[in-house]
Every structure is written in structure tokens, then in C-alpha cells.
Ligand binder design. Structure first.
Ligand code: CP
Length: 330
């Protein structure tokens, strides 16, 4: 058994695959096969229903139990995993940081073993520690699956999938796309998962646009172009994704702009969008800070696909849950 989660990477693609190439766990989009990503996006489409109609339901997870283990705050990811599981017929239990016995010093593995003893089949994990989802995946019983619901600044694979699905619905020709991700790239798991997925789907150009103090420092994003001014970053972009400043992960505030400076230099507004393609779409993973990384009227305006991202989040999580459950051992 590994004792130190920090020593493990959840960007280990092999760990998440079964011998037949299907997913046992979902830990990262890095290195995930293009055909598998497309299969998950196609499956997610089948779980979408027209506005104003009842949601799609199935019994794909009947008899299964999902544990949502959120040791960091969440609205969208937690609620959508909860709904996704219920709409597929599973029992769903939700643990959060304020009410779980981890507050009393229980280790993450003792928490996992406790849930395994209650026949939880799928552990959905959000944690501030890098490597925690992979650590759990290495230590659960062979018939348990682990889904990464947000890991430090490392990975947020279901967010990446829902972002890919949303982009594909508007701009299916990835090879001719210019995508600009704007904001706190350095501390963003959303940016990393989106970047890995976009790279696999063959995006034409990915720009990572940020002030120097928030620029990526890891080599794994070196395929993307880093840009330090917003107007250059947005120029002729088809897709613009704004990111929240991840203050909870910033230790050193040196060089971090004030809120006013940030909005003036990197806040996205309809006026700044004049540099992008005329029909460019605007995305945001949420939660949004209006007036900091994005102007409220742009977020609510005709370019915005932000609520569509949320809708797609439920469908993507249904697709992932159904995929891992299909090959479960028991
Ligand atoms: N995008 C995202 O992960 O949102 P939550 O933190 O609300 O889950």
C-alpha cells in the first residue's frame, strides 16, 4: 500500500484502464484515447433531452451505490454526479468536508474502507491534495471504481469532457479551431483537463492567456501557446473560456493583480470580445466571479454557453458512470 498520496500522480493514464482499454476509473484526460473520448461524448449526447422535457432516465446503475466524497466545496460537480447517479437508478450517498469523520482525523483510506464495507461501488472524489484520486484507485478493492471530481490543480476530467462536448456542439471541426483559455492557468485543474482533451481531439490552436504570475509553469502544457495580453489572446478566437482566480491554491500573492487591475487587463467583456471571431462563444466552468474574470452581461448574453456547460455536466457524468458500471466485476 502506498502511504503518501503526494508521491503519486493521477495523470497516470494506465492506472485507469481495464485490460480491454475501457475505463475502470476516470482519473485524467491526459493520454486518454481519442476514440474513448469520442465514445463518452456520444454517450453523453444520448442522455440529453430537449429543454422543457423530462430528463432521460435508465436503469444502467440499478443496484449500484455511488459515494460522492467531496472534501472541497462544490455546487455543479457534486449536484450533477448526484443527479446523474439517481437518473441511472443508483443509490447515492453524499459526504462533505464539514460533516465527514475526516474532520475528526480519520484518514482518507479509512474513509474509503468504511464505504467499501457498505458496498459502495463507485467513489466520486474531490480533494485538494494532488494524487489523492490515484492513491484511492490503487487501494480500493478490484470491483470498485474511482472517479476524479477535481484534484488540486492537477485534473478535473469530467469538467474537461463537458467542456469538449459543449465546444463540439457549437464548433465540431476541432482541427480548425482557435481556443483561448483566459485567466489563472497556473492553478487551474479545469485548464489542464480541457487542454489535454483539446490536444487529443486535435485542436488547431490552444492559447493560454494570463498575467505572468498565473502563467503555466509545467512542461505538459508546452504544446499550447502562452500569451500575456488579452487582446492578443482573443484575436480571431472561436472559443473563449474564462477562469476564476483560484485563490485557495495561491500561496504567494507576489505579482497577483488586484481585482480592479485584473478586470481591466484580463476581464472578458463584449467590448474585449471584438478581437475574437464575430460568432465566438464564451465559456466558464463556474463558479463565476462577475466583474472580475467576466462581465455579467457577457455571461448572460447571446455568446454565453455557460448554462449549457452545466446541462452537459449531468449528461457527461451519466455517460462516465454508465461506462464504468458496464464492466463491473460483481
Ligand atoms: N466547475 C466546477 O467544478 O464547479 P463546482 O466547483 O461548483 O463543482
Amino acid at each position: 500500500m502506498n502511504a503518501n498520496p503526494e508521491s503519486l500522480s493521477s495523470n497516470d493514464c494506465e492506472l485507469q484502464l481495464r485490460a480491454d482499454g475501457s475505463l475502470r476509473h476516470l482519473l485524467t484526460l491526459k493520454g486518454l484515447d481519442k476514440a474513448l473520448i469520442i465514445e463518452l461524448l456520444d454517450d453523453a449526447e444520448s442522455y440529453l433531452s430537449p429543454d422543457g422535457t423530462l430528463p432521460v432516465r435508465s436503469d444502467a446503475l440499478a443496484g449500484r451505490t455511488i459515494g460522492n466524497l467531496f472534501f472541497e466545496p462544490s455546487t455543479r460537480t457534486r449536484a450533477s454526479f448526484d443527479l446523474a447517479g439517481r437518473r441511472l437508478g443508483a443509490d447515492v450517498l453524499n459526504l462533505d468536508v464539514n460533516t465527514s469523520s475526516r474532520k475528526k482525523g480519520e484518514s482518507i483510506l479509512d474513509t474509503i474502507y468504511t464505504l467499501e464495507a457498505m458496498a459502495v461501488d463507485i467513489m466520486v472524489v474531490r480533494d485538494a491534495g494532488a494524487g489523492v484520486p490515484a492513491y484511492i484507485a490503487r487501494n480500493v478493492k478490484e470491483f470498485v471504481s474511482v472517479l476524479n471530481a477535481g484534484e488540486a490543480d492537477v485534473s478535473h476530467p469530467t469538467q474537461g469532457l463537458l467542456d469538449l462536448l459543449t465546444i463540439r456542439q457549437h464548433r465540431p471541426d476541432f482541427e480548425n479551431l482557435v481556443v483561448a483559455i483566459v485567466g489563472d492557468i497556473q492553478h487551474s485543474r479545469v485548464a489542464r483537463s480541457a487542454a489535454h482533451g483539446l490536444q487529443t481531439l486535435g485542436v488547431g490552436e490552444l492559447r493560454l492567456v494570463s498575467p505572468p504570475a498565473m502563467a503555466p509553469v509545467d512542461a505538459e502544457l508546452s504544446f499550447a501557446r502562452t500569451v500575456s495580453t488579452l487582446d492578443d489572446g482573443l484575436r480571431d478566437a472561436d472559443v473563449v473560456m474564462a477562469l476564476r482566480i483560484q485563490r485557495e491554491r495561491i500561496d504567494d500573492l507576489d505579482g497577483i493583480p488586484s481585482v480592479g487591475e485584473y478586470f481591466a487587463d484580463f476581464g472578458i467583456s463584449e467590448d474585449r470580445m471584438r478581437h475574437a471571431k464575430p460568432d465566438a462563444i464564451v465559456m466558464h466552468p463556474g463558479p463565476m466571479n462577475r466583474g472580475i474574470e467576466i462581465d455579467g452581461s457577457l455571461a448572460d448574453g447571446w455568446r454565453s454557453v455557460i448554462t449549457q456547460q452545466v446541462t452537459n455536466g449531468v449528461a457527461v457524468r451519466m455517460a462516465v458512470l454508465a461506462h464504468v458500471a458496464r464492466a463491473m466485476q460483481k
